[in-house]
Ligand binder design. Structure first.
Ligand SMILES: O=C(O)CCC(=O)C(=O)O
Ligand SMILES: [Fe+2]
Length: 282
């Protein structure tokens, strides 16, 4: 994997393998061939400069035009509650502040399509991500709500390490502010305490860049790559790659989970398992 070498560190502390790769305006074919055949994260520059979202979106924009939308707010996939978006952006710096050792409350994924589909006109999915097989006749089920979300949070908003829905790929576009991303390859999954990852809220000491190794000793084996995504950049999140994300500023982002042919059967299998367990009440 062509990655920038990490800074030298004592042997038992070399957990950062280096920087996430970057590409400036790759062609769709170049990106697809390279990063779907040999999946790994990459930051993509120069693909979304023309999006109206880049010019128009801000917390003031959302307060003014979508202030009455009821949106989910939570912390690391837990503590979920709903509130009007206008109230959230007005109070996001105080919400959760003062709760010692925990990150702030975060609008960590508003699937807006059902209630405010008009938001979609502020951006256009680059060809690089191909046809989304979730929404062609190829995928034999209706995937609802569509996993297409807007995220808004204050500096310090934090998403704990996890992998995405049913092992799908996703992309995340940075509209306002910067985020630091950390990726852990699927081969390390047995060391990350998966039981603490996909839901349930913030779990102290499990951050992969600053783990509490007394409580979570297997995290010492985990290696990661990292990078900062700036406004106007996108990041590709490959199937089953685990990621942890920290807002370095107040941020606004868009995320889409999507399905492509190279992970079709993996995602279908996981989706069917999810449906089966839900039906059984498990
Ligand atoms: O931006 C974040 O805080 C998390 C985003 C994420 O996990 C995703 O887009 O899949
Ligand atoms: Fe994610």
């Amino acid at each position: 994997m062509p990655m920038t070498p990490a800074k030298p560190a004592p042997a038992n502390q070399v957990r950062c393998l280096g920087d996430i790769e970057r590409l400036r305006r790759p062609s769709p074919a170049e990106f697809y061939e390279e990063f779907h055949r040999n999946p790994r994260p990459v930051i993509l520059e120069g693909l979304i400069d023309d999006w109206p979202a880049m010019k128009e979106w801000s917390t003031d924009f959302f307060r003014e035009h979508y202030g009455d939308a009821e949106v989910p707010v939570g912390r690391c996939f837990g503590e979920k509650r709903y509130m009007p978006l206008g109230e959230y952006v007005d109070r996001m710096h105080e919400l959760g502040a003062g709760e010692e050792g925990k990150p702030p409350l975060y609008m960590e994924g508003w699937y807006y399509k059902e209630t405010r589909p008009d938001l979609q006109r502020y951006y256009e999915v680059p060809e690089h991500f191909g046809t989304d097989w979730f929404y062609t006749k190829r995928f034999p089920f209706d995937v609802l709500p569509e996993p297409h979300g807007v995220l808004i949070g204050p500096k310090g908003a934090f998403t704990k390490l996890h992998y995405d829905l049913w092992g799908s790929h996703s992309w995340n576009a940075q509209i306002v502010g910067r985020k630091q991303w950390i990726f852990v390859a699927p081969e390390y999954r047995r060391h990350v305490y998966l039981e603490t990852r996909q839901n349930g809220g913030y779990v102290a000491g499990t951050d992969v860049d600053a783990p509490d190794l007394e409580r979570w000793p297997r995290l010492a084996k985990v290696k990661y790559v990292t990078g900062v995504v700036h406004p106007g950049e996108m990041i590709f999140i490959p199937s089953l790659w685990m990621h942890q994300v920290l807002s370095l500023d107040d941020t606004i982002s868009i995320t889409h989970n999507y399905l492509s042919g190279n992970v079709f059967f993996r995602v279908l299998g996981r989706y069917l398992t999810h449906r089966f367990l839900k039906k059984q009440g498990i």
